[in-house]
Ligand binder design. Structure first.
Ligand code: HEC
Ligand code: HEC
Length: 207
């Protein structure tokens, strides 16, 4: 009772701080995202240039028209989730949701559309609690390989100081023994954000 009373304000401050960092739009965060052209040339062109395994070719109207008829949000989802021989995130789980959006816009238009500043869709696969249960809890519950344990304030506090945006990027890219997107390469940035926020909110129950 005594402990929970003194911990509560600290925990609330932590969560508020996390939210605060996450909300700062920051000029720098726009620069964190590569252009559609850069992503396509680094990653997607390998298959979407030649049309490997039936990949729709960049800027080829006939290849893209039937796929685009249900809208660009659907194309974004399937390229993030993976679709038959198309690997989730083009096999590069570190790509952000916005980078995937830009790459799709670039490919469909053959580079004629300016880079979107917002994603075509908010791709989500569950709540923070669900994502943690499915994808993060295995390591973060017990602290496998020194993963910061859920509820462990001292382990999370210095990390949360980087701000949620940074943590989302580092969880998406992988970090030492932490695999990119926890090994679930279809998860979106919003899923990772929800999961990190959920784990941060549980920090209040630790010491
Ligand atoms: C290893 C090869 C490979 C790479 C790399 C790759 N793709 Fe694909 N992609 C495919 C194939 C094959 C298909 C066709 C899948 C099908 O319809 O059977 C496809 C289909 C797609 C589609 C259409 C999905 C639909 O619902 O019709 C989109 C959008 C797409 N890719 C986006 C991307 C983006 C963006 C990148 C780069 C970040 C990328 N791909 C990288 C192989 C690849
Ligand atoms: C296979 C085990 C494993 C899984 C699964 C896993 N993590 Fe981790 N995670 C780790 C380890 C180990 C570290 C500590 C890495 C370090 O300190 O560099 C870590 C660190 C982190 C950090 C701190 C990164 C930083 O920059 O300080 C975040 C945030 C994180 N994980 C989020 C997640 C999320 C979200 C998921 C689920 C989508 C997840 N992790 C799934 C093992 C895992």
């Amino acid at each position: 009772m005594f402990i929970s009373r003194i911990q509560r304000p600290a925990a609330l401050a932590l969560v508020a701080m996390a939210g605060w960092f996450g909300l700062i739009p920051g000029a720098s965060s726009a620069q964190l995202h590569k252009s559609g052209k850069a992503v396509v040339e680094e990653v997607c062109i390998k298959c979407h240039g030649p049309g490997t395994d039936g990949a729709p070719r960049i800027g080829n109207r006939a290849d893209w028209t039937p796929r685009a008829k249900d809208g660009l949000p659907r194309l974004l989802r399937s390229s993030m989730d993976g679709y038959r021989k198309m690997p989730a995130h083009g096999g590069q789980p570190g790509l952000t949701d916005l980078e995937m959006t830009r790459a799709v816009a670039y490919m469909v238009s053959g580079g004629k559309t300016p880079d979107p500043v917002k994603t075509f869709d908010d791709v989500k696969h569950g709540t923070g609690e669900q994502i943690v249960a499915r994808a993060c809890g295995n390591c973060h519950r017990e602290g496998a390989n020194n993963a910061p344990k859920i509820g462990d304030g001292p382990a999370w506090r210095p990390r949360l100081e980087k701000g949620i945006n940074e943590l989302v990027l580092s969880a998406a890219n992988g970090h030492n023994k932490m695999p990119a997107r926890g090994g679930f390469t279809n998860l979106s940035d919003l899923d990772i954000r929800a999961a990190v926020s959920y784990m941060a909110s549980k920090t209040s129950s630790g010491k």
